[in-house]
Design a protein around this ligand. Structure first.
Ligand code: PEP
Length: 257
């Protein structure tokens, strides 16, 4: 973390877990446990049907609510889809885009780019995910792969818009596997991402870029990962479903210099 230039973010990703009723229970417990310090931002990205309950439960708190996806089109004949303006109106501040689980369902880099523009246009903060598979890491193309994903997603963007987004480095082999990247591995790739932003845009934008690590982060390994200079927070799946664990990670982030 480098608090001088960037405000850390701890973000949960519930994926397809918890119902609206369970959301109410989670949020009321999480509110009780939430540390008082406000040294970092906190967001919880929840399934679309849980957004109203989550927003209601977290009103007048420091916790923002986010969505896990959105459609790139403003409105129209897209049965089952949800637009950025709907998410905004429902009270969302963040939207996860390009999660590897959605990429595995067929989402392309071009679609992610379109979604990014839509979310920025609506005034919300995209949490743009990127990350390599185990095979790509072993072959030694991690940096190239992530550069490709980010170049597609960020093509043609104004640096001012790049400064409004959050990037999450999530090695696919570490997501939901209990196999965390070492702090050195997380730092290495997050630093490469910052360097890429510098090359594609400018030094100011690179300095301002909030880059998260995601992949089996929990209350035990958070301190080490978050201590890395280019890791500005975490995107947390499994551990974000347990209020005690998520609150502990927020507390850890609050306490780090
Ligand atoms: C995620 O889904 O973004 C994630 C990092 O999951 P987990 O923390 O469970 O690995």
């Amino acid at each position: 973390m480098n608090r001088k230039y960037r405000r850390p973010l701890i973000a949960g990703n519930w994926k397809m877990n918890l119902t609206p009723s369970e959301t109410k229970v989670f949020m009321s417990r999480f509110r009780e446990l939430l540390p008082k310090g406000r040294n970092n931002d906190v967001a919880i990205c929840v399934p679309a049907v849980c957004i109203p309950a989550a927003v209601h439960a977290m009103r007048e708190s420091r916790v923002s609510i986010g969505a896990e996806n959105c459609n790139a089109n403003p409105a129209g004949a897209y049965t089952g889809e949800i637009s950025a303006s709907m998410l905004l109106d429902a009270g969302c501040k963040y939207v996860i885009l390009g999660h590897s689980e959605r990429r595995a369902m067929g989402e392309t880099d071009q679609e992610i780019h379109q979604k990014l523009l839509t979310v920025l246009d609506a005034g919300m903060t995209p949490i743009l995910c990127c990350g390599e598979s185990l095979e790509q890491r072993e072959v030694g193309v991690t940096e190239e792969w992530i550069s490709m994903q980010l170049k597609y997603a960020l093509q043609g963007l104004d640096p001012r818009d790049v400064r409004r987004l959050v990037i999450a480095y999530e090695p696919i082999w570490a997501i939901g596997t209990g196999k965390t990247a070492t702090p050195a591995q997380a730092q290495e790739v997050c630093a490469q991402i910052r360097l890429l932003i510098r090359k594609l845009f400018d030094a100011r934008t690179a300095r301002a870029a909030v880059i998260l690590y995601g992949g089996s982060m929990n209350e035990k390994n958070a301190a080490e990962l978050l201590s890395q200079p280019d890791v500005d927070g975490g995107l947390i799946g499994g551990a974000s479903l347990i209020p005690e664990k998520l609150a502990k990670i927020v507390e850890t982030a609050n306490e780090l210099e």
